[in-house]
Design a protein around this ligand. Structure first.
Ligand code: DAH
Length: 364
């Protein structure tokens, strides 16, 4: 027989019974597992971990136990409540993760939506060739000079020894600026910049004058009413045609390649005397191919006009022809571009389609 049960607990505390505690935990864990949303979990927490939950009530009963039973019951209930709290924390973390994932999907902004693209432009090959030519002459120590596109008739014609009865002054070639008799034209060549330069500066003069010029041609495969030229002018003591030839040879070699030379053919221009047409050796076939499409089998390509500055032009420009001589030349940029790059149709050059320009890259 056992002795008197000193630990007999007069109070029947059903809630502290290990099975009851375990059951309360199981119920709580099941409810926690079943909570499908944060709201549901909140309700489950209130029911199974709140102040009125079975385990909280059991916890409160511990106080009524005799001291000897308190520790064990306290441990049991404490562990039970700990398990429930842990399960709630895990479920909470899981439900929050699911909520965040859902929000990421539901509230996603489609940043890949197509917006109109800004297409990259391209530099026009006329600008590229002009700059390339400018660089060649600047590297030889020349300066760049520019003049206005609306020019006085005197500078465009008279000062250049193009008399009033010269056919180039007719309406068939020249755009005259209204009203009639204004004395102004759209410049038909860059040669008036020669005169402006000589009026402006004193020799030695070494200038290159690039720019737009205008003639009353219709736009077709080989003509355009607005085109570009560059004019070269040298005025110094002792300048001869040999200097002209040497300059042109140096220029075409830098533009078209080593070994290319020019030849001068007699011609007539009112502003130069003597005058010469500039031909350049064919850089495609070198004169070897009778069927060459660039030079037509001749081995030579016509580039422009040149000559020794006419003494009348020097005088009209305030330069003493007894002391100074000079040479000049004028070349078309569209023509150089068509020859150099095999552009067959002028329309491609003037139409401004970026797909055409892009082929030339940023440098040529
Ligand atoms: N000005 C001429 C033209 O437009 C080109 C030219 C020829 C310019 C001979 C010159 C030159 O400087 O010497 O057709």
């Amino acid at each position: 027989m056992s002795g008197p049960n000193k630990q007999y607990d007069p109070v029947e505390v059903a809630t502290l019974d290990p099975e009851a505690v375990e059951r309360a935990v199981e119920e709580a864990l099941e409810a926690i597992r079943g909570a499908g949303s944060l709201e549901e979990l909140k309700a489950v927490r209130l029911a199974h971990h709140g102040e009125k939950s079975a385990l909280a009530l059991a916890n409160r009963e511990i106080g009524a136990l005799p001291p000897s039973a308190k520790a064990e019951a306290g441990k049991r209930v404490g562990q039970a409540r700990g398990r429930v709290a842990q399960a709630i924390a895990w479920r909470l973390a899981e439900l929050e993760r699911l909520r965040d994932e859902r929000i990421l999907v539901e509230e996603t902004q489609d940043l890949t939506v197509r917006v109109p693209r800004h297409r990259l432009g391209a530099r026009h090959p006329i600008s590229l060739v002009t700059e390339r030519v400018e660089d060649i002459f600047v590297a030889m120590g020349w300066e760049i000079a520019e003049g206005p596109e609306i020019e006085s008739e005197w500078l465009n014609f008279d000062a250049l020894n193009i008399g009033a009865d010269h056919p180039a002054r007719g309406e068939a070639d020249t755009f005259f600026v209204a009203p009639a008799g204004s004395g102004l034209v759209l410049r038909t060549h860059t040669s008036p910049v020669q005169v402006r330069t000589m009026l402006d500066r004193t020799p030695p003069i070494y200038v290159l004058c690039p720019g737009k010029v205008f003639r009353t041609d219709d736009l077709d495969a080989t003509h355009t009413p607005v085109f570009h030229q560059f004019e070269g002018l040298v005025v110094d003591e002792g300048i001869t045609m040999a200097h002209l030839k040497g300059t042109l040879d140096a220029f075409v070699q830098r533009l078209f390649g080593d070994g290319i030379v020019t030849r001068l053919r007699p011609n007539y221009f009112p502003f130069t005397e003597p005058s010469a047409e500039i031909d350049c050796q064919c850089w495609v076939c070198g004169g070897e191919d009778p069927g060459c499409r660039t030079c037509g089998g001749t081995g030579w390509i016509e580039l422009g006009g040149s000559g020794m500055v006419n003494q009348r032009v020097l005088r009209a420009s305030g330069i003493d022809p007894e002391r100074y001589t000079g040479f000049a030349f004028g070349l078309g940029i569209e023509r150089s571009l068509m020859l150099r790059h095999g552009v067959a149709d002028m329309h491609d050059i003037v139409e401004g389609d970026v797909r055409f320009s892009r082929q030339f890259g940023m440098e040529i």
